[in-house]
Design a protein around this ligand. Structure first.
Ligand code: NDP
Length: 287
């Protein structure tokens, strides 16, 4: 007798609190997407263009960025621009935000997505590689956030940080990459708390992704994965939706990412062994 109204209440709460995503939410919004010359970032640029947003994209390869910008304009972007260079250079990270301010007079969404090259193998002891990767995958995210916060405060905007299951649990063969992604969780989860305490209307969404079928992932990890990656187009859309809805975290693909995270604190040894068994570790030869 008690169960029925209780379940009803829970369901009512779930539906009441769930705001639906509408593509119009992005119409005319001013968005920076980093690492958008290929992969998930490129697909995010196309989704945003179809939704009528202004986009400013970044990566190192100018020719690829030019093609993405041309296609964004074809798809209906309100405007499309690019800046190229390596995010090892913190001045570039800051200049990208300055460019957005100059172009549009403000910013609504900052999507931090780029990553530097790393190997998929046993940790080789190269500390310099880790230092460089931290600069590209972590410090540049912080530098862009610092530059963007004043304008995001004005617009009540959002920051989307693209991370990975490897930024939440221990996965073998990605030690340097994993370190940079854990750093993002620590920094941005702490910053989110401070924004809430100070009543600052800027949302931070940490996007925790599982295996996604991008060219880079297919080249690097497909020989070790037992299942194909999830589609990059759908992944890109889910990231944009989660930012527009100002979610705290996104898990994509949901079950493949969420279940390990639920197990993590209760049965860490079980999760470690489950993770190792899900990989064809025999295909990784120490280089
Ligand atoms: P890609 O390799 O396809 O894209 C990486 C982007 O970053 C490219 O645009 C690349 O362009 C740019 N980039 C590379 N080096 C630098 C640099 N030094 N400075 C500035 N930009 C650089 O990656 P994915 O699309 O696969 O991944 C996107 C995000 O998703 C990443 O944050 C990744 O960690 C995350 N993710 C991906 C998963 C997957 O399975 N694919 C799984 C979990 C998380 P260019 O080379 O021209 O500079």
């Amino acid at each position: 007798k008690i169960l029925v109204p209780f379940v009803g209440l829970v369901l009512a709460f779930c539906f009441y609190s769930k705001e639906d995503f509408k593509p119009e939410m992005l119409k005319g919004k001013r968005v920076i997407v980093t690492g958008a010359s290929t992969g998930i970032g490129e697909q995010m640029a196309y989704h945003l263009a179809r939704m009528g947003a202004h986009v400013l994209i970044t990566a190192r390869t100018e020719a690829k960025l030019q093609k993405v910008v041309t296609w964004c304009l074809e798809l209906g972007a309100a405007s499309a621009h690019y800046m190229y260079g390596s995010m090892e250079d913190m001045a570039l990270a800051e200049d990208v935000v300055k460019e957005a301010k100059q172009l549009w007079g403000g910013l609504d969404m900052l999507i931090l997505n780029h990553i530097g090259y790393t190997y998929f193998n046993y940790f080789d002891g190269d500390v310099e590689h880790l230092r460089k990767l931290l600069e590209i995958n972590f410090l540049s995210y912080v530098a862009m956030t610092v530059s963007a916060l004043p304008v995001l405060k004005e617009s009540g905007g959002s920051i989307l940080v693209v991370s990975s299951t490897a930024g939440k649990v221990g996965i073998p063969f990605v030690a340097p990459y994993s370190a940079t992604k854990f750093a993002l969780d620590g920094f941005f989860s702490s910053l989110r708390q401070e924004l809430i305490i100070e009543n600052i209307n800027v949302s931070i969404t940490l996007c925790i992704l599982g295996h996604i079928a991008t060219e880079t992932a297919e080249k690097t990890v497909s020989h070790v994965m037992q299942k194909p990656g999830a589609p990059k187009e759908e992944c890109a859309l889910e990231i944009i939706k989660s930012g527009a809805l100002r979610k705290r975290e996104l898990y994509y693909p949901y079950a493949a990412v969420r279940i390990p995270l639920l197990i993590r604190d209760w049965a860490p040894e079980f999760l470690d062994s489950f993770t190792r068994n899900r990989l064809n570790v025999e295909n990784v030869k120490r280089s």
